[in-house]
Ligand binder design. Sequence first.
Ligand code: NAD
Length: 257
Amino acid sequence: MAGACATPLSGVLVTGGASGIGRACATALAEIGRPVALWDLDGAGARKAADALASEHGVRTCAAGLDVRESAAFPGLIDAARAELGTIGGLVHSAGVSMPVPIDALDEQSWSAVLDVNLGAFAHLTRALLPDLRANPGSAIVGIASINAILGNGINPAYGASKAGLLGLTRSLADFLARDGVRANAVCPGYIDTPMLAQAFESSPRLQQSMERQAMLGRLAQPGEIGRVVRFLLSDDASYMTAEHVVVDGGAVRSQR
Ligand SMILES: NC(=O)c1ccc[n+]([C@@H]2O[C@H](COP(=O)([O-])OP(=O)(O)OC[C@H]3O[C@@H](n4cnc5c(N)ncnc54)[C@H](O)[C@@H]3O)[C@@H](O)[C@H]2O)c1
């Protein structure tokens, strides 16, 4: 049986699209002519990025400022995005937070914040997008996880749990969505040069060196190096890939260093 043929230029909704990896995913998609909707807590940043992509790449874009934990806002914002982009046949969930608190100091508030943004929002947003994904054959979704889904990190249990949970969620979504020809995958970035990591370097100056040493390639990645892998997973070139996670970490998790 031939694989479903994707609508080549269907629109993609990108959460966390104002910054870092989310913005790089939107850029990679706009480069090949895919319309993009950028959602972010930072609505002004999302608007600015969307306007820049529209003028640089001539694609339809739109932006919204929201907290992705507020799922009641999804239907109205999805309607607005569909009207602006024409179709929605893809999702990238890149909005994420890291609040390092070890288990002996863990509080319910930070646990819930990390789990709800990094993991819960991916489930609720996928549910809200089902009619759009089903209406566009070859649709695909990608969740941004982390190598912390695989490695143990004692100072950040909520983050690791949210990212490992995202891999489990992705496999369940892939199984459920396959009947509609929709694929679901995840990407596990290693150490990526974004504002999230810059914040961590401020509190621990030697962290950058140690991350660079851990990666076999000896450097941090640029966000575009993740964006281009996500673009591939959302494309027909990845038509037989689903329920998978792709580690993009310069060899960090395979390293003995
Ligand atoms: N930078 C890294 O090294 C790295 C490594 C592995 C995984 N990741 C993951 O990649 C994703 C993107 O991170 P980044 O490094 O680009 O960070 P970033 O801080 O540059 O971008 C994250 C974006 O998410 C938005 N956001 C946060 N909470 C939100 C909420 N509740 N609602 C809507 N938007 C919200 C922020 O405003 C920001 O624009 C995250 O899921 C992160 O966990 C990052």
